[in-house]
Design a protein around this ligand. Structure first.
Ligand SMILES: Cc1cc2nc3c(=O)[nH]c(=O)nc-3n(C[C@H](O)[C@H](O)[C@H](O)COP(=O)(O)OP(=O)(O)OC[C@H]3O[C@@H](n4cnc5c(N)ncnc54)[C@H](O)[C@@H]3O)c2cc1C
Length: 461
């Protein structure tokens, strides 16, 4: 961390909002006007809409993340977690990856810590579930699913096989529907390489407490997405929830009970709980309360945006809904970050703040290779697209939205190669314990067992 006489703009979180806001500030700032410091426990930003495709092996995991130090060469990037904010002293406490926590003074603050998986106290969930918020989880899921195929192929125990080949996904929004679509596609593809695992041996189950899936694309396309997944053999249970999953024994409210080694939790997100220690005004669901100018209510030097903020939806409000809030998605996060960056510069220079207002442009979702749904808003019309065309739109949109040309090119190269070469179906689960084999080799060897003399061997047999 540098000590500097210049004012410090502290950006807490280097995700969508943090990365784009820092880039915008650095672009608009005069040379030496301020120090921009980005603090994040990870050294990279994750493009979350690509996590399902990374889980399916269509994109290399490294191409889904953007190294912060490379894309923000003029910023000070610190690896650590901001744990508290002292507003009176304008000081943040940072817990680095290693070592003692330290204090970091700031003049302007951007709160962009995003969201975490929203969970409930369901017996067994913490031990058995896996989320879908980070690249680690996405690749962990891929390895785990392929490992289940290896396990099922290696045993004749019917109960073990059935448990290994049953996959339960809880939550049918964007993240859940896309993840089950991609993973089911990949697993059934992979099954063709096994002798004793058939495509139809696998059971995929999607559960949601709501009465529909993919609410983001509207009821008609959501219904199409459901029918489409069902036509591929996915069992979908709506208006029900998971009561427990102790030791992988899944019990649903509707009475269904199955044993499963794979429970994927994609039932929504909640604002980062660390916000509770920041002393900022929070809304009823724990978001930082901001004005339409993205300034935290009651402050003139703190801004917030993205999944951790409740930002008024001015388009909805002008249309007569006084309670309209921006939904937590990348479409808003990206655009809010740019307005926020401009407002930080204006705030620093004493100029007026800009209002954030954005009309929904629609949504695209991929459901596996060549399958998808899309809803595009053009003026007053909503254009609905499904199937292969929607899938191309999904790829085109997200491919171009991926930050930096370096990553865009790598993603398009991954997709192009996948058109000619078959999908990788290797499980590298052992990467999670890379030292295990070496440890076994380096352990002191047990004393050698003396060979028995020939005569004794004959007696023993
Ligand atoms: C699987 C999945 C698929 C999605 N698909 C779509 C889609 O198709 N379309 C769409 O519009 N949206 C999609 N989204 C939502 C979109 O990705 C989010 O809305 C967006 O990432 C929000 O950006 P953010 O900056 O608020 O949070 P994030 O991008 O999550 O960034 C938050 C950052 O804060 C850091 N952080 C956390 N705690 C601390 C701390 N204490 N101190 C410092 N840093 C901290 C985190 O490490 C992270 O880097 C998807 C999300 C998921 C999970």
């Amino acid at each position: 961390m540098s000590t500097t006489e210049r004012p410090r703009i502290l950006v807490v979180g280097g995700g969508y909002v943090g990365l784009y806001a820092a880039r915008r500030i650095l672009k608009k700032m005069r040379y030496g006007e301020a120090t921009v410091t980005v603090v994040d426990p990870r050294s990279y930003m994750t493009y979350q809409p690509f996590l399902p495709e990374a889980a399916a092996g269509s994109i290399s995991p490294r191409h889904v993340v953007v190294p912060l130090r490379r894309v923000l060469p003029k910023a000070e990037v610190l690896t650590g977690r901001v744990t508290t904010i002292d507003q009176d002293r304008k000081v943040a406490t940072v817990a680095p990856l290693v070592g003692e926590a330290y204090e970091l003074p700031f003049d302007y603050l951007v709160v962009a810590m995003g969201a975490v998986s929203r969970t409930f106290p369901i017996p067994g969930l913490a031990e058995q579930g896996i989320g879908m918020k980070g690249i680690e989880e996405s690749i962990g899921l891929r390895n785990h699913v392929l490992e289940q195929l290896d396990k099922a192929d290696s045993t004749t125990d019917e109960d073990v096989r059935r448990k290994a080949l049953t996959f339960v996904f809880v939550g049918g929004g964007f993240a859940g529907a896309e993840t089950i679509g991609e993973v089911e596609d990949m697993a059934r593809d992979a099954a063709t390489y096994y002798t004793s695992v058939k495509r139809e041996d696998m059971r995929f189950i999607l559960v949601d407490a709501a009465d529909k899936i993919l609410p983001e694309v509207g009821p008609k396309l959501g219904a199409y997405g459901k029918e489409h997944l069902e036509s591929r053999g996915v069992e979908i249970y709506l208006s029900t929830s998971m009561d427990s999953c102790v030791d992988g024994h899944v019990v649903l409210k509707n009475g269904l009970e199955v044993d499963s080694s794979t429970i994927v939790w994609t039932a929504g997100v909640k604002p980062n709980p660390a916000l509770a220690r920041f002393g900022l005004p929070l809304g009823p669901r724990g978001h930082v309360d901001t004005s339409e100018k993205l300034q935290v209510q009651g402050t003139d030097y703190i801004w917030a945006a993205g999944d951790n903020a409740q930002v008024p939806d001015m388009v909805g409000r002008r249309a007569g809904n006084p309670n309209a809030w921006c939904p937590p998605n990348a479409q808003h996060a990206l655009r809010q970050a740019k307005v926020l960056g401009d407002n930080v510069i204006s705030g620093m220079r004493g100029f007026p703040q800009k209002e954030y207002s954005h009309a929904n442009k629609g949504a695209v979702a991929g459901l596996g290779l060549h399958k998808g749904v899309a809803m595009i808003v053009v003026g007053k019309f909503k254009i609905k697209v499904k199937g292969r065309l929607a899938w191309y739109m999904h790829r085109g949109y997200h491919g171009m939205a991926m930050p930096t040309w370096n990553r865009k090119i790598r993603i398009f190269a991954d997709w192009t190669l996948a058109m000619f070469l078959k999908r990788e179906v290797v499980s590298l689960g052992a990467m999670e314990t890379p030292r295990e084999e070496f440890y076994e080799a380096a352990k002191p060897s047990p004393a050698p067992v003396a060979a028995k003399p020939e005569g004794e061997k004959a007696k023993a047999s």
